[in-house]
Design a protein around this ligand. Structure first.
Ligand code: GCO
Length: 458
């Protein structure tokens, strides 16, 4: 058995079989830094960080994990972990500083080097086209509120597909479209900081259109492409049994769980959203949105507990019941909700599922011996991978699991105050220190690879 000792031990019979894909995920703005290097243009997150009071401690992405310069070391870390895949995102303003027009060769060649290093290390690159860093130049033209963005996004997808498609086959269009539209255009708590219901609905529809357009482009320019999108899905429980909270939870779930996967897979908005989305639709849109994809990408951390509110959705995040355990940053730990979500996705969409983000932030510290003992994260990962295996045993077609995240990084409006990595980053020196959870994950992967039969046959 790979793991020893009580903390970090892995029981092989609790793991999926040897063909299962284990990976780690990151995103461009959260780790790359070098925001002013080699011709990169500004993104909406550079702008947002400059606005006073938006991001905790006034943090920004200028240096982040300096991955732009240290990618070789980071690939070596992944190789040491034994992961089979690495999901990262392309920074749109790094490869197209104005969002459209001519490509930026130094930016494009950075991803060439990263991809080549991954392949040399035996790690499959998974590219996500959009992890929230919209070129500022496009936001100046209305960003996701401007219907023309579907064409701009398709052109960007073509640039990426043609450039890397000889070596990369796995492409996701969007990461968590419900989060960046809801927080960015509905609540105003993420870039570009807009809080307006019509803006939210316009953005939702244009992101959906852009998804369909990019799928078509990638299919035509990447031979053997394996395509999908990355969605959040999680139960939205009412914080209380009051009619107001129950209605709020249902409404919240419509936006959180269904505004994107439903139209992308079934060619229509759910009845609850249909009327609101009507004004933005043109003939043929729904067919353009519902393009065939090859897998369902899932990000899941915990269920939501929702309560009524006076905001534009009439719903916001509430508190979990007192008896629900929480991580050190307060997120509810409910592995059963993860299992149920996987089974629900399997039934609803009938596609192979890749869990492309799961993990937790913790109050990690370097101890006197220079180690980072993150027992809480290990317990979380153990419980959640266990729940995933229950779903697999019950028939869910789950093909892979990626931890969020490889490195501690820029956690959006929380700046660097939340550490999600299995590798600690000492931001003052940029030194990387694999945490205990990195060792646990590595053991888990090694144990799983040794299994000869699917977990369902054990
Ligand atoms: C998101 C993103 C990640 C986060 C992670 C932890 O959901 O916000 O996909 O960028 O860092 O989910 O919050």
């Amino acid at each position: 058995m790979a793991g020893t000792g009580s903390q970090g031990s892995v029981k092989a019979e609790e793991l999926p079989n040897s063909s299962f894909l284990w990976g780690v995920s990151t995103s461009s703005f959260q780790i790359e830094g070098a925001t002013h290097s080699d011709g990169r243009g500004d993104s909406i997150w550079d702008t947002y960080c400059r606005q006073q009071g938006r991001v905790k401690n006034g943090d920004n992405g200028d240096i982040a994990c300096d991955h732009y310069h240290r990618f070789a070391e980071d690939v070596a870390l992944m190789q040491g972990l034994g992961v089979g895949a690495y999901r990262f995102s392309i920074s749109w303003p790094r490869v197209l500083p104005r969002g459209r027009g001519g490509g930026n060769e130094p930016g494009l060649s950075f991803y060439d080097r990263l991809i080549d290093a991954l392949l040399a290390a035996g790690i499959e690159p998974w590219i996500c086209l959009y992890h929230w860093d919209l070129p500022q130049a496009l936001d100046d033209l209305g960003g996701w509120e401007n219907r023309d963005i579907a064409g701009w996004f398709a052109d960007y997808a073509a640039l990426v597909g043609r450039r890397y498609g000889d070596r990369v086959k796995r492409f996701a269009t969007f990461n968590e479209p419900c989060v960046f539209t809801l927080f960015g255009y509905g609540f105003g708590s993420n870039a570009p900081g807009i809080a307006d219901k019509a803006a939210l609905h316009r953005a939702i529809h244009h992101v959906n259109l852009s998804h369909g357009a990019a799928i078509d482009v990638l299919r035509s320019c990447v031979q053997g492409a394996s395509l999908g999108a990355i969605h959040n899905r999680q139960p939205c429980f009412a914080e209380s049994t009051s009619a107001g909270d129950v209605a709020a939870a249902l409404r919240f779930a419509e936006y959180w769980n269904d505004a994107f996967p439903h139209p992308q897979h079934f060619g229509c908005y759910t009845p609850a959203l249909a009327e609101a989305m009507e004004p933005y639709q043109q003939p043929g849109d729904m067919a353009q949105i519902a393009r065939r994809v090859d897998w369902f990408g899932l990000n899941h951390y915990s269920p939501h507990y929702i309560k009524a509110d006076s905001n534009l959705l009439g719903a916001t995040f509430g508190a979990p019941p007192d008896d629900v355990p929480r991580t050190s940053i307060g997120w509810p730990i409910v592995p059963g909700a993860f299992r149920d979500t996987l089974l629900d996705i399997d039934r609803r969409f009938g596609l192979p599922i890749y869990v492309l983000e799961n993990g937790t932030a913790a109050d990690d510290r370097i101890d006197d011996a220079g180690h980072v003992q993150d027992a809480g994260r290990i317990a979380y990962l153990q419980a959640y991978t266990g729940a995933m295996n229950e779903a697999i045993s019950a028939g869910a077609d789950v093909r892979g699991y990626f931890v969020w995240s490889l490195l501690d990084n820029f956690e959006w409006a929380s700046g660097y105050s939340q550490r999600f990595g299995i590798v600690y980053v000492d931001y003052a020196t940029q030194r990387r220190i694999p945490k205990e959870s990195a060792r646990w994950y590595s053991n888990c992967i090694a144990a799983s690879r040794r299994l000869r039969f699917p977990a369902t046959m054990r």
